[in-house]
Design a protein around this ligand. Structure first.
Ligand SMILES: [Mg+2]
Length: 351
């Protein structure tokens, strides 16, 4: 796991998230009609901000830093980060994640706090686990299990999260992966009960090998209007687009956003995977420059990636990178106002 891959994975997630966020919930037809060029962030004055997807992957990264991947202390660190994250009133929180964090506050253990949901919550934060621990599959499986189960108890969520983690790992390697090899590897590590998911991933790999577009593949899955937040929809589409554009962050992100639906999450997951391959230098500079957020800025995220690389290299835990929580309250309030403003603008212009 190189420093380039770790930083690239975190920044790739953040930038994808910030680009996809303004289009969340729009159909692909509407995006193609109104925004034919996804060439810059558009949340406010061509600047972008991050949402829960990036916040979660950063919390995972910080939990890995303080635990060095030791399972008990990893999940304990992540549990507390989730609990405080919710107290600071984030604008975007999935329903399953909200309910499970409330259960954590009520005293449920991380093993029991998850609710039965197959949403994207665990898939959106797992690419970094693969980048850091993909060379030890047994450990990776346990970390993905812990990280998923704390919010999502449906095994489907864990299959999706593991598929993303494995993609992150393969992407962090020097060579490109042949689609069918990815499928064969994944099949080896998932249980028999994941058959339905594996069929979908097999289709995604076939489709990528045939050179179908992401839109054609989404259509075959019946996702004509957009990619839903169901993990069996999101992950196969992300995998299909990744396998066709393993070295081209910009094209891949533009393509997946144009498919519509849960665009911040699809772009965040895909961005994390491809970021692990191309590193910071493979992400368009203008997209990095226009991500305007604080305290989780590009610099801060890079610092987290830096420290996590050191932890992975030495196997020794370290202090988490400081995050001034008092700024987060103000930031979350501003973010909420911007998101509400965005919602009103949509009503005015689209209805
Ligand atoms: Mg989000």
């Amino acid at each position: 796991m190189s420093q380039k891959s770790i930083i690239g994975c975190l920044l790739g997630t953040a930038v994808g998230d910030s680009l996809g966020l303004p289009y969340e919930g729009l159909s692909c037809q509407k995006i193609n009609r109104k925004f034919p060029n996804i060439n810059q962030q558009k949340l406010f004055f061509n600047k972008g901000m991050i949402s829960d997807d990036t916040e979660h992957i950063c919390m995972i990264a910080q939990s890995l830093i303080v635990s060095a991947g030791e399972e008990k202390s990893f999940i304990n660190a992540f549990k507390w980060r989730l609990k405080w994250w919710l107290l600071l009133l984030p604008a975007g929180v999935g329903f399953a994640t909200l309910r499970s964090i409330l259960k954590l506050w009520l005293g449920f253990s991380p093993n029991k706090s998850g609710v039965f949901s197959a949403g994207n919550g665990s898939a959106m934060r797992s690419s970094i686990l693969g980048v850091c621990y993909g060379d030890n599959i047994a450990k990776l499986q346990r970390l993905v299990h812990l990280s998923s189960r704390i919010t999502h108890r449906d095994p489907k969520a864990e299959y999706g999260a593991f598929a993303v983690a494995l993609a992150g790992y393969f992407s962090s390697q020097d060579h490109d992966i042949i689609p069918q090899n990815y499928y064969e590897n994944l099949k080896q590590y998932l249980p028999n009960s994941a058959e339905e998911f594996l069929i979908l991933i097999n289709h995604a790999c076939d489709s990528a090998e045939k050179g179908e577009t992401g839109a054609e593949f989404a259509q075959n899955l019946g996702l004509n209007k957009g990619i839903s937040g169901y993990v069996f929809h999101t992950v196969p589409v992300v995998i299909q687009v990744w396998l066709r554009h393993q070295n081209n962050y910009e094209i891949a992100i533009q393509e997946i956003i144009k498919l519509g639906g849960d665009t911040d999450t699809t772009a965040a997951i895909l961005g994390g995977i491809i970021g692990a391959k191309v590193g910071k230098n493979g992400i368009p500079q203008i997209w990095l420059n226009n991500l305007l957020d604080y305290p989780r800025s590009i610099n801060w995220i890079e610092k987290v990636g830096d420290r996590l690389s050191l932890v992975c290299e030495t196997g020794k835990s370290n202090f988490a990178v400081k995050l001034p929580w008092y700024f987060l309250i103000v930031r979350n309030l501003i973010f909420l106002i911007i998101i509400l403003g965005h919602g009103f603008a949509r009503l005015l212009f689209f209805l």
